[in-house]
Design a protein around this ligand. Sequence first.
Ligand code: ZN
Length: 454
Amino acid sequence: MRPKTKLQVQVFELSRALPKITAEQKQWALEKCLKHVAFRTKKAISCLDCGHIWTGPSVNKTLLSRLHTSCNCPSCGVKLEIQDSRNKKKLDQRHHIIAIIDVVKEFQVTRFFELNSHHKVGKKACQYLTEVVQHWFVPNGKVTVVARMAAFGYNSGFTGDLEIRPSNVSPNIGYGVDKYNIYADSIYPKVKVLPIYKRNGFTAKIKRTYPYSLFMNILTDSKVETLIKSKQFDLLATRLGSKKHLIDQYWNSIKICIRQKYIIKDAGVWLDYLELLRYFERDLRSPKYTCPKNLHQAHNQLVTKKRLVQKLKEADKMRQQIATAEPIYKLEKEKFFGLRFSDGNLTIKVLESVREFMEEGDTHHHCIFTNKYYKNKYSLCFSAQIKGVSVETIEVNIDSMKIIQSRGMQNKPSKFHDRIIELLNANLPLIKKRMVLKSSKNKISKQQGLASVA
Ligand SMILES: [Zn+2]
């Protein structure tokens, strides 16, 4: 888009006069923002940075070599992370966004570069650093965006020239925000900011963030300023992200941490842990709970505890479910109770309670209980047992008098499957007889009823 307003003309001119990325900045990007990897096979180690291949402690099966997770390339000297790979030949590191924060005249400027790096065994890595977006703004003023065109879809790159782009960059992150408010995976540590941002605590120690959201919120959101000044950078990232409300929700606990000089290194886990503390109704203002020495351990303990509580609740629910279903099942299927067929050590018996459905489901890990087969009017279920141990569960349709299914462990047939089918098929008339028996009883009682009316 051609610059139209006076502001756009000014920004565009300043933008064109910006210096290229310096050698020092480029070196920082390639060294600090990419992974440096070596592929290790049985025979050799390959440096994916310079392409050097050498034979080293390469036996990737011994415990000793597995302990070596990094090494230095004997050719380029870079410290490499070892990945054991038999067939892998390529590695791509794409769309890593780095931000350079600068001041130009009265403007606070953020320049975003996209770093792409392609690696192939035996070849020197191919690396591209392309400037894709610039934000130009004055404190609490409108942002002017100079950028390449953002391709459609998340993280799918940029095309075209650096031009003024129509943009509605919002300082709030969330669904549907402007594609030009982009996330910086890394920020060049030598930052230049306008005095007002410096006064409100902006520091180069912030590593990954949405720079525009940070600049805007630092002036309007006192919690952002507090989090920066107390070096709670991980909570700051949450504050600027889509889970902003959690910082409000647990602000009192956060203040306790700040007072105790307890730095939260993993905000995701800590907030999850606070949620668990709340579930167990612990005192969220007590440092004993909010500042655990070992966060991950404390978090995992509560996760285990909560699972246990949930399991007990589920068991309780199941007991109630069974208690309600039991009399109905008995009423419907009692006429079949006692049916039992044997062929040597194989016995097939009708399931006589809902509890037995649950036991069959537990034994074989199939869904006979969870899918409530005991409620099915036309299903009659049996357990096929060898020496009293269930090997398969069988479903017979009592309307069509056909065996619908017979399944063992994880819905698979057991080695007794054919014998089970044969034995049950031979005894289907006995099941039918029970139905006839009952229905003739019904008939008789109906006739008696009619007779008495007459
Ligand atoms: Zn190398």
